[in-house]
Design a protein around this ligand. Structure first.
Ligand SMILES: [Fe+2]
Length: 294
């Protein structure tokens, strides 16, 4: 069994950037002992109706990193997002850093390579990324140790990244009153998600958890930070020792009512390429819409 390394005495500075267009929260995480930092789950802005890409959200993160004199070492994707586009290559071009994702990206690339009928020029070996993390892999942001934990279920390539006393949970969990993320995308599985959440909840109760999404349930303000202890106690889908059977039933019934995310078609095509926009045979940026393909 993989040992999960959490040093609760290391408290990274976490700056959140909320994107109201997609309810995504991106983060700049700074090592407390140096000027090194990482970016988690960045967002590229898209006006899909117009086919227009802009970088307001990413530019705000870049400005923050520059203003604070930080060195960007890692650009982490917790998974292939289906509801927003990653700005990882744009940020890398401006600030450097390595783009990393879970090694099961190969499964996701194969699945969606078929759905989007990508040709042989679309490599399904994860080579678009600088680093493919395996379960338990450790790496450093300056002097701070970080670790990737494999947490499939929402997608087959999801990973939670632990940095000191902070864990970036991607779409495994939402805030306690939001429950959990859907598990009905290709390669998703509610029972697997339950197991991943249980694994995440074995981290110390005081571990800070940072969400990738929040939708402000019941009209409350947007929030993105909680703790393992609060999730165990209060999460409406998995708290109070909810059984796997009860979770799978709830998750499956709820997923059957959910529409596809508004940006799933452009998001998958871009994010499975580590944030690069695909091009047509003449090299022009171009997105496809597979009819009745999803
Ligand atoms: Fe997601």
């Amino acid at each position: 069994m993989t040992q999960y390394l959490v040093d609760l005495t290391v408290k990274p500075e976490v700056k959140a950037f909320f994107d109201p267009a997609t309810n995504t929260i991106s983060y700049v995480v700074k090592d407390p002992a140096s000027t090194s930092c990482a970016v988690i789950d960045s967002v590229m802005d898209i006006d899909y109706a117009a086919g227009r890409i802009t970088y307001t959200h990413a530019d705000a993160m870049i400005a923050y990193i520059r203003e604070h004199g930080l060195q960007l070492e890692w650009i982490i994707e917790t998974h292939v997002h289906a509801d927003h586009l990653s700005a990882a290559p744009y940020i890398q071009q401006k600030l450097g850093g390595k783009i990393g994702i879970g090694e099961n990206i190969l499964v996701v690339q194969d699945t969606f390579g078929k759905i989007f009928n990508e040709g042989t020029e679309f490599q399904r070996d994860g080579s678009q990324f600088d680093k493919l993390f395996r379960d338990g892999d450790t790496y450093h942001i300056g002097k701070m140790q970080a670790q990737a934990i494999f947490t499939p279920g929402h997608t087959p390539a999801c990973m939670v990244h632990v940095m000191g006393d902070a864990a970036f949970v991607g779409d495994t969990l939402f805030m306690p009153d939001g429950g959990s993320a859907r598990a009905d995308f290709p390669g998703g599985d509610a029972a697997t998600l339950y197991d991943s959440i249980q694994k995440l909840l074995t981290l110390p109760d005081a571990t800070r958890l940072f969400m990738c999404h929040d939708y402000g349930p019941n009209g409350r303000d947007i929030q993105w930070e909680t703790t393992v202890g609060a999730e165990k106690e209060h999460n409406i889908h998995v708290g109070h020792g909810t059984t796997k059977e009860a979770f799978v039933k709830l998750r499956t019934e709820r997923d059957a009512t959910l529409a596809m995310p508004r940006l799933i078609i452009p998001s998958l095509q871009v994010n499975m390429r580590a944030g690069e926009i695909p091009t047509d045979k003449d090299g022009r940026p171009m997105l496809k819409v597979p009819v009745n393909g999803l």
